[in-house]
Design a protein around this ligand. Sequence first.
Ligand code: SAM
Length: 281
Amino acid sequence: MDLWFTERYPQGWGITFKIERSLYSGKSRYQRIDVLETAGHGRLLVIDGCVMFTEADEFVYHEMLTHVPLFSHPNPKRVLVIGGGDGGAVREIVRHSCVEEVVLVDIDEDVIKVSREFFPSVSCELDNPKVQVLAEDGVRYLESCPPKSFDIILVDSTDPVGPAVGLFEKPFFEKCFRALKRDGIMAAQSGSPYFQLDLVGRVHRTVAQVFPAVRTYIAGTPSYGGLWTFVIGSKNGDPAQGPIREDQLAVSDLKYYNYEVHKGAFALPNYILREIGKQEK
Ligand code: SAM
């Protein structure tokens, strides 16, 4: 018997994986979590019917969410991750030897448990002594966080439904701004430029109301149906100028990110430029 999983997008699109078997299915306080063994892409994490990542191409998303902001900062020491309970972003952050402390705040402790059990290659650094893992709402955490606490804040959230709605709104980005130090940088996943173009534009414009420098950048992630966008807000300096640190060699075994990819990720197609309110070049 052939088993297939499809995440359905609006406008009659979908992304489909051939499934060998289901490894886990459960309902947490916040969401339904599934782990599926695919025929060709390793294990697949699904939350509320949406693809979070596959083992085959998670490196693209996790490397681009983390290394673009981290290499745009002169000396990142304290990093906060909101969401990202799977640990993929944390795994990439601790490759930077200058980072002294990472705080991961995911609302759902079940995601953290499931990733530890079924995705050891993704969750492998959650027990690193530099990493503190908290099961808490990211918005609440930031409300109680002293000003100027972090060099980098990464928002590795689910789409803006359920508990993640607040993570895409202006008051949240204002809290991020407040919690960042003088050279601070925030980066967040901001959706698919095919299936969620309005979201891409809305998030960019909202972050631009809060941060002096804002950019949208892209990466190709097959499991998300093609291109994916990230938004980056900086208190000081333009991340699109390229990496500003010289220690790339320390992370030379990366599979996606490099100097040219960093710069090239900010080259946007016209239809995305129009949506975020920038002129075509
Ligand atoms: N790569 C991803 C994707 O495809 O969207 C994101 C993966 S990561 C698993 C998303 C995480 O965001 C989930 O574990 C979810 O529990 C967490 N999350 C959602 N809302 C949150 C909130 N308000 N505070 C903290 N974490 C939140």
